[in-house]
Ligand binder design. Structure first.
Ligand code: PLP
Length: 485
């Protein structure tokens, strides 16, 4: 029996003046599983006060339920829902039975809900493990910083927070971007979101009208496609070649785009980098045509050779570029902190849109992250994780080398925590994905236009080296078997 102060009793909808009403309500609560076997009930004095009846009446009701063995009264300890009921399989778990709705989702809602591409698995598996590896995250330090954040904020942390983000974190991010990413901005240009996905949706709502053309990369990050779809934008898929987003092709096909979404340093999912000339072309086009550029630098921290690539943001006059970054990939997935750097006059409207989604991000997490950044722990962690992911990537490439002989190719851009394997024979690739016991995502599921070639998208970030090795061995085996067929 549970040693609690006593469960809350269920509300009785009719004024429970009569003994029968109370008796039936409590009996039903037990049979429906609202009260569970072993739950401790409040004292009859407390229950009588809660229901506004006399204590004598309450005694009678408890007594009757005890006579029926639904309640058990233990001298000196109180009244419990009879633990025996668990053995008799009562409650018959009416609540556990499926309860279908009588209405239907809207047409738009059904289409949005049918898109499961943005949903991540709860545990990383080969090769669906694009989230951060947390094995090296300084957990004890994080716990200390959480406590320090609570002390520094005080009970004010219990109230609403600024929907633009905590000023401390906005300052830490602006400083970090200036020092490590060559992105110079004022803290007032930074707005905090829970995720890139949330930021994309808020930006799409604020900047895009239904029917506006939005250039997206083809193949594209499904979260971006979903965000623009939601606003009723007309998607203009633009092909990706070895130099990244084909700007000339985009300008030829749909020069009037309102916004372009790009992932320049490490295109998602092909992995290629956007060539400098094309970044400049894109900026010139946007400034000329009054369009927006949305630059998603989702894994820019993880570049394994040379300097970080120059951002589109720093090449522009900064009036037409929104730069997105996430801390969820560089620290841990459940952190739920991402940010946008935007022209200052967009921050307030974006904060208003965000308020209508879920208000704000809790101040405590933001404060802990700000301390983590300001005290130098973030840059140490990034250094450590760069080595970890680079090691995994090298291991993956070494193990995959024999697949080149089977006609597979991949980008050699030394960045990130995923790799796209491409093959000219689309049906061969599909066959491997279908027959394999691995979780293999097809390149075709990221494409907007149909294409003959296909590929396998491997996300390895959170896999431990053993799982990575076993995954590659399995993949080699699967592709050799498909070749022999
Ligand atoms: C292109 C791209 N942008 C953004 C994100 C996710 O960032 P967040 O977890 O902050 O939504 C991902 C995650 O894989 C991504 O691939």
């Amino acid at each position: 029996m549970r040693q609690s102060k006593g469960v809350f009793l269920p509300p009785v909808l009719v004024a429970p003046r009569r003994r029968g009403d109370l008796y039936r309500a409590l009996r039903l609560a037990v049979l429906d599983g609202v009260l569970s076997p072993g739950d401790r009930l409040p004292s009859t004095r407390q229950a009588a006060s809660d229901y506004g009846v006399s204590r004598g009446l309450m005694e009678e009701v408890f007594g009757q339920l005890a006579d029926e063995r639904l309640f058990e009264r233990v001298v000196g300890r109180g009244t419990y829902v009879s633990p025996e009921l668990a053995r008799l399989n009562i409650p018959a778990n009416r609540l556990a039975q499926e309860s279908p709705s009588s209405g239907k989702p809207s047409i738009r809602g059904a289409a949005v809900a049918a898109n499961a591409a943005c949903r991540e698995p709860e545990a990383p598996v080969a090769f669906n493990a694009g989230i951060a590896d947390t094995s090296q995250f300084p957990w004890k330090l994080w716990c200390r910083l959480q406590a320090r954040a609570a002390r520094e904020l005080g009970p004010a942390a219990l109230s609403f927070a600024d929907p633009r983000g905590l000023p401390n974190l906005r300052t830490s991010i602006a400083r970090y971007l200036g020092q490590f990413r060559g992105i110079h901005c004022r803290p007032n240009q930074v707005i905090i979101f829970n995720s890139t996905q949330q930021a994309l949706t808020a930006i799409a709502v604020l900047l895009v009208n239904a029917g506006d053309v939005v250039w997206i990369e083809d193949p594209c990050y499904p979260g971006a496609r979903a965000a623009f779809d939601l606003t009723g934008a007309k998607l203009g898929p633009v092909s990706i070649d070895e130099d990244g987003f084909n700007v000339k092709c985009a300008m030829r096909c749909a020069p009037q785009a309102r916004l372009v979404y790009v992932t320049p340093p490490h295109q998602y999912p092909t992995g290629v980098a956007l060539r400098m000339e094309r970044r400049i072309e894109l900026v010139e086009w946007a400034e000329r045509s009054g369009s927006w550029i949305l630059e998603d630098d989702y894994d820019g921290e993880f570049r394994y050779a040379g300097q970080p690539l120059t951002s589109i943001y720093s090449l522009s006059s900064r009036k037409c570029v929104l730069y997105l970054g996430t801390l969820n990939k560089s620290t841990f997935a459940s952190l739920r902190l991402a940010y946008v750097v935007a022209p200052e006059d967009l921050i307030e409207p974006l904060a208003n849109v965000r308020t209508q989604m879920d208000g704000f991000t809790p101040a405590l997490t933001q404060m802990a992250m700000s301390l983590f950044m300001d005290d130098g722990h973030f840059s140490s962690h990034l250094r450590r994780m760069r080595a970890v992911y680079n090691g995994k990537r090298k291991m993956l490439l070494d193990e995959l080398a024999p697949m080149r002989r089977l006609g597979w190719t991949w980008s050699d851009n030394p960045a990130g925590m995923h790799l796209l394997l491409r093959h000219k024979n689309g049906s061969y690739v599909r066959e491997i994905a279908k027959a394999s016991s691995l979780r293999l995502a097809l390149l075709s599921s990221y494409r907007t236009e149909q294409a003959r070639d296909n590929g396998l998208f491997l996300r390895f970030g959170a896999l431990d080296p053993e799982a990575l090795q076993a995954g590659v061995e399995q993949l080699l085996h699967d592709s050799r078997r498909a070749t022999r067929k």
